[in-house]
Design a protein around this ligand. Structure first.
Ligand SMILES: NC(=O)c1ccc[n+]([C@@H]2O[C@H](COP(=O)([O-])OP(=O)(O)OC[C@H]3O[C@@H](n4cnc5c(N)ncnc54)[C@H](OP(=O)(O)O)[C@@H]3O)[C@@H](O)[C@H]2O)c1
Length: 232
């Protein structure tokens, strides 16, 4: 049966790789990007896919109005909402200069509030699906059990995204919606850098396979793209 996936941050990196992989296996994908006009690789993927397989929508996850407009454009059910959009602004120890108020605000709005706004905007579409799921792309850097220090804003934002996944799993379980948090691996993208371990296609294939196993029995899971559990 053909599924419909909605993926945020689909212009490049892991988001674009998930769009390609899902469309390639015959699913329909609603690919959300901040600026469709500059998402050339996504446009090329849509041209190369089956007609109608990839619908490109404008949506900035920090802007509930843009998500509401994208939601209005969509009439049918959505089986999986993938909250993938993310930023990683500042690195280093506590005295590194990048930990500005703007960096904190942008990261928390994108990586945390953006997840919340995305889920809320597409809840009616999820509730029309037979086995609806929400996949939140977090990171192993969210894990408070590991906590090696540094990258304070990103770690805090991804820990909060995982916390959202757990609380949404509690609230949305009775409404039939399963929620998982995922680490995509260390992936060669603009964010992961050229020295990362994995190509985006491998990460995307693993993530889509993990979403298949997500249901009301496994809801609240936090695991990597191979299914290895990650401690909170
Ligand atoms: N790469 C890794 O090794 C790694 C590891 C762990 C977790 N992750 C997580 O995996 C996800 C994807 O990462 P990536 O490596 O593919 O990153 P990336 O190459 O930097 O791509 C980030 C994507 O997020 C989008 N985005 C940023 N802010 C947005 C906003 N306000 N609204 C909508 N879209 C927005 C970007 O869109 P624009 O093109 O418009 O900027 C882009 O499509 C992120 O959540 C990241 O934290 C990545």
């Amino acid at each position: 049966m053909q599924r419909t996936l909605l993926i945020t941050g689909a212009s490049r990196g892991i988001g674009l790789a998930m769009v390609r992989a899902a469309a390639g296996r015959g699913d329909r994908v609603i690919a959300c990007v901040r600026d469709p006009g500059s998402a050339a690789d996504l446009a090329a993927a849509a041209r190369g896919a089956a007609p109608g397989a990839i619908a490109i929508r404008a949506a900035d996850v920090t802007d509930p109005a843009s998500l509401a407009a994208a939601a209005l454009a969509e009439q049918g059910a959505i089986d999986v909402v993938v909250c993938n959009a993310g930023v990683y602004r500042a690195r280093g120890g506590i005295e590194a200069p990048g930990y500005t108020a703007d960096a904190w605000a942008e990261t928390m709005m994108t990586n945390v509030a953006g997840v919340f706004f995305t889920v809320r905007a597409f809840l009616p579409h999820l509730e029309r699906a037979p086995n609806p799921k929400i996949a939140i792309i977090s990171s192993v850097m969210a894990s408070s059990a590991k906590a090696p220090g540094g990258s304070y804003i990103y770690r805090a934002s991804k820990a909060a995204a995982t916390n959202l996944a757990r609380n949404l799993a509690t609230d949305l379980g009775p409404r039939g919606i399963a929620v998982g948090a995922y680490h995509p691996g260390w992936v060669r993208t603009d964010m992961g850098g050229t020295g990362a371990e994995l190509d985006a296609a491998t990460s995307a294939a693993g993530l889509l396979a993990r979403f298949e196993t997500l249901d009301l029995d496994t809801t609240g899971v936090f695991e990597d793209y191979r299914g290895t559990p990650i401690p909170y």
